[in-house]
Structure formats: structure tokens, C-alpha cells
Design a protein around this ligand. Structure first.
Ligand code: F6R
Length: 244
């Protein structure tokens, strides 16, 4: 595992964007696994900057996102499809047909998950998967206690995740109760993992995930077994990991 400690969020975003850019330059038709949330936003904005300067080309890039809420239309302000359009896709020369996010309005979410697994396979798998980490160690919407062996599937959100996400909705009642998420197995099948982490409030879970036992109780701990993980975090987020 490679660890990059940066001064702050901005430097973290730049370093992570450098790593994704290197991937895109070395393999212009890369399959990028993408995440939403606050951690990768700065990285996406940095990629947009470099694209606008003429240093990056998305024309052959394919993307596959980690997750989506069940029940939200793609244009809903809180849908992950909308997040990706706003924070990356609408600003670069990516072919919309090459961007994949599970369809929150799919009539049969289980069937949508099966289809999504096929999409990932048909693209030849994920070259690099971007991840953030939740306070409870979740990656994607894989909450503590779930089996490690799953590919994309439907999950019930925990009360803690609903409360944590309530800030983005008018009230906690409006937060969807279910999501579709790549499973731990899908994530582990990606050839490379890029985990971006910022802020002191993540310091304890990062230490547990990377120095504690590998357990479904801390879903990110499985990454200890992945052969190619790059962790990019600001010094606040990595403070406890570095003490070890
Ligand atoms: C996002 C996702 C989540 C987030 C995690 C961290 O697609 O699947 O697992 O990566 O909740 O979120 P932030 O970055 O907002 O702290």
C-alpha cells in the first residue's frame, strides 16, 4: 500500500487528481470507478481544470459509479447521477454513453444490480476505483456487518447513514431508505484502488481500517488484502495511522 500524506484538502485533491491523470494518460480508454461524497469533489474539480487547460482527454474514458439511491430520479439534486454531472461529466469531453451510474428509478432494483455487474464485466473490469470512507468504515454503501462476497446489490441504509446524509435533504424523512451499491467483491476486483480521505473526524476509522483486524464490522479493512491500494489523505485524516 502506498500512502501520501498531504497538508490539507486542496493538496490531497491535487495529489489524487495527479494519480487519476497518470492512469488516464497511460491508458486513455481506462475504466474509472468513481465515488460521490465530499472527499473526491476537489479531485474532480482539479481534473476539470487540467482538462480545460488541454492536459487531459476524456474522449475514450469509461466510468462506473459505486452507488445510487433507490427511488431518486437522475435529475434529483441529491441523486449521485446528478452529483457526477455537476462535479465532473458536464465539464469534460466524456461521452455520456460511457458514464454509468445505477438507475435509481429502475422498476426492479435487484435486476438493475445484475445488469450493472454485466456492464462492469463487459468493460473488462475497473482499472482504478476511487473510494471515500464513511465514519463507520463503510465503502460504497457497504455498511458494517455485511458479507464481503457480494457484487452490486440493494442495501437498506443504517440509521446512522440516514442521519449523516439528512443534511443534504429537507429532512431525514426524505432520505431514501435503500441504495444500490457495488459490493465489496466488485470493489476488490478493481485492479487499483485510490482512497481519498480528509479531516480529523476520519482519523480513528482510518487507523482501525488499516491497522486493525480485517472484519466485516469495518468494511474498509478488507482493503488490507487488495494488492494495489493508494491512500491519499490530509495530515489530519492520517494523523492516527501515522502514529502507528
Ligand atoms: C460515495 C460513497 C460513500 C462515501 C463515504 C464518504 O459514493 O459510496 O461510501 O465515499 O460515505 O463520504 P464523504 O466523502 O462525504 O466523507
Amino acid at each position: 500500500m502506498k500512502v501520501y500524506v498531504t497538508e490539507d484538502y486542496k493538496a490531497m485533491s491535487r495529489k489524487a487528481a495527479n494519480i487519476l491523470s497518470a492512469q488516464m494518460i497511460l491508458k486513455p480508454n481506462s475504466v474509472l470507478g468513481l465515488a460521490t461524497g465530499s472527499s473526491p469533489v476537489g479531485m474532480y474539480h482539479q481534473l476539470i481544470d487540467w482538462y480545460k487547460k488541454g492536459d487531459l482527454d476524456f474522449s475514450e474514458i469509461k466510468t462506473v459509479n459505486l452507488d445510487e439511491y433507490v427511488g431518486l430520479e437522475p435529475t434529483h439534486e441529491q441523486s449521485y447521477r446528478h452529483f457526477m454531472q455537476e462535479n465532473l461529466f458536464d465539464h469534460v469531453n466524456i461521452n455520456p454513453a460511457n458514464t454509468n451510474v445505477p438507475d435509481g428509478l429502475a422498476a426492479d432494483p435487484q435486476a438493475e444490480c445484475q445488469w450493472y455487474n454485466q456492464v462492469i464485466r463487459s468493460m473488462g473490469g475497473i482499472d482504478i476505483q476511487v473510494l471515500g470512507i464513511g465514519h463507520n468504515g463503510h465503502i460504497g454503501f457497504n455498511e458494517p456487518g455485511q458479507a464481503f462476497e457480494q457484487e452490486t446489490h440493494v442495501v437498506d441504509l443504517t440509521e446512522r447513514t440516514i442521519q449523516a446524509n439528512a443534511r443534504f435533504f429537507a429532512s431525514a424523512d426524505e432520505v431514501p431508505r435503500q441504495a444500490m451499491t457495488m459490493g465489496i467483491k466488485s470493489i476488490m476486483m478493481a485492479r487499483k484502488i485510490l482512497l481519498v480521505i480528509s479531516g480529523e473526524e476520519k482519523a480513528e476509522i482510518v487507523k482501525q481500517a488499516f491497522t486493525g483486524p480485517i472484519t466485516p464490522l469495518v468494511p474498509a479493512s478488507i482493503l488490507q488484502l487488495h494488492p494495489y491500494v493508494t491512500l491519499v489523505g490530509d495530515k489530519a485524516a492520517l494523523s492516527k495511522l501515522m502514529e502507528k
